[in-house]
Design a protein around this ligand. Sequence first.
Ligand code: KG4
Ligand code: ZN
Length: 343
Amino acid sequence: MKILGIETSCDETAAAIVQDGRTILSNVINSQIDIHKIYGGVVPEVAARSHIEVINPVINQALTDAHLTWDDIDAIAATYAPGLVGSLLIGTLAARTLAILKNKPLYPIHHIQAHVYANFLNEKTPEFPILALIVSGGHSQLMLFKSHTDYEILGQTCDDAVGEAFDKVAKIIGLPYPGGPSIAETAKQGDPNTYKLPKAKVSGKYDFSFSGLKTAVLRAVQREVGVDITFPSNDLAGLLNDTQRANFAASFQKIAVETLIDKTQQAFQDYSPKSVVIAGGVAANSELRRMLSERLQIDISYPQIELCTDNAAMVACLGYYQSQNEQPTDPFNIEVLPSLSLK
Ligand code: KG4
Ligand code: ZN
């Protein structure tokens, strides 16, 4: 079964064709990072306009790359939640129109669940029950999947998502957007024990908090460069030298990653899952991978780096499993749900 996946929930316009939820036949990603870099973050209106410009060429490219025509496509799967409303609308409208015109079944996909399914594109597929650490620019969650249809959220962030914290700290210390990759790269030159940053204590056993850590970095930078809290935060980065910047990147990354791993380890001990997977853009972080493999007594297979950040192969993959368990949706009636939780 060949499924065309469409993903436009944030700032990547993506289309991919996946066979039987396993084999990627094509995977086209048009990233808007260069456009949003100028503003230091994603501008929703700009993102939506950019999706409109490229959605048709991206879908056509996915067919061309896979050497397929519409006759070969068995179904369409498109992200309808959560994300930026204008962005979600472009992908779902394209998917609805194509489903009607080409007479294909349509499966609505939850973006966060799709991130988890990037792991089903690995050589070795995960086994249920699966403990999933989902870490992206918009989400930080620990979930337990008992099957493809039975899953629960064990814990989540009380405030900022961890990817958001990477992005905000990068801005404070003067590293480019997106902050995750630039902090990870810069941290390699730094000493993670230079600045003592706090690990947030939250009441939920598997919950996280990252906004205090971001503020702690801000205060530590102010102290380091000798200004008080009234000093404009946009001007702070210019006062740091490269060594201080690398040490802040490493010190922040260490605590952010440890926070995630402490809770994952707790859930691992409590639920004894058969597999542990990580998903979402922050899953690309090599320090997170290294520490997780060190702390958990289980063989973890990670998604390929390009399948960690937003892509449509994961959407098509989840579409396949949905097609095995659920009826397709009515293409005339699908709504986008920008803040829909997975459970
Ligand atoms: O999953 P994703 O592409 O988009 C959302 O659904 O949010 O995740 C993007 C997030 C950004 O916050 C980015 O800074 C972060 O993932 N990220 C990373 C790394 N690569 C991307 N964070 C830490 N280390 C990385 N190597
Ligand atoms: Zn994402």
